[in-house]
Design a protein around this ligand. Structure first.
Ligand SMILES: NC(=O)c1ccc[n+]([C@@H]2O[C@H](COP(=O)([O-])OP(=O)(O)OC[C@H]3O[C@@H](n4cnc5c(N)ncnc54)[C@H](OP(=O)(O)O)[C@@H]3O)[C@@H](O)[C@H]2O)c1
Length: 195
């Protein structure tokens, strides 16, 4: 398969590239890569596909919704989180359909806070929105196209990079397996919690 990974230089994206790279042709994309793309900018998605051409799978492991205490939440913050991670990935699914071969797939990234966590409300809104979007969008896709979402909890490498005392998160290479399942499996409309 020919697979484009958006966010390929990131903690999760790099592990996905490594896991897929053994069996598939992988194109690495992100804002700062040789194949530039900003998922918050729909025109840049079209430019990316102009460069990349037809693919069998699109994986997005980019962007994030920043934690913010409810008292500090502003319309701007909410808009930023929705535009980047939720709307950006929803538009990516819509734009990808024209560039995916029959039976091809899009795999998005949400997240999982596990239990209610202070500052997580916007992130949960985005993550639940993505899971709902994927369930519904799967029924709308033509030509056997598929869409799924992966919802990682804390990734161990990220906890280490942040200097957290708790480093019990799931290693990136284990998280990457869920993306590989979505790309290589035949299912659609599903959410995977890596563990
Ligand atoms: N790490 C965790 O513990 C964890 C847990 C749950 C969920 N997640 C989610 O998983 C996703 C990836 O997380 P990560 O920790 O791997 O992130 P990361 O290490 O910060 O890497 C982010 C990647 O996405 C690219 N990127 C960022 N903004 C982008 C944009 N607007 N358009 C295109 N590419 C963009 C970055 O490259 P450029 O700077 O070159 O664009 C980089 O390749 C995020 O949605 C995050 O919320 C992560």
């Amino acid at each position: 398969m020919r697979v484009v990974v958006i966010g390929a230089s990131g903690t999760i994206g790099a592990a996905v590239v490594e896991a897929l790279g053994a069996r598939h042709e992988v194109v690495r994309a992100s804002r700062g890569s040789d194949v530039p793309v900003d998922i918050g900018d729909p025109a840049s998605l079209d430019r990316m596909f102009d460069v990349v051409g037809e693919v069998d799978a699109v994986v997005c492991a980019a962007a994030h919704a920043r934690l913010a205490a409810l008292g500090e939440m502003t319309a701007e913050h909410l808009g930023e989180a929705l535009r980047g991670k939720l709307i950006g990935q929803a538009v990516l699914v819509a734009r990808s359909t024209a560039h995916l071969r029959d039976g091809g797939s899009v795999t998005l990234t949400a997240g999982d806070f596990g239990r209610p966590t202070p500052g997580s409300a916007v992130g949960v809104l985005v993550n639940e929105g993505l899971r709902g979007f994927v369930r519904a969008a799967a029924a709308d896709l033509p030509r056997g196209l598929r869409v799924n979402v992966v919802s990682p909890g804390w990734v161990r490498e990220t906890q280490v990079a942040l200097g957290m005392t708790d480093t019990s998160g799931v290693p990136a290479r284990v998280v990457a397996r869920s993306y590989v399942e979505c790309v290589e499996g035949g299912f659609t409309g599903r959410n995977l919690f890596p563990a």
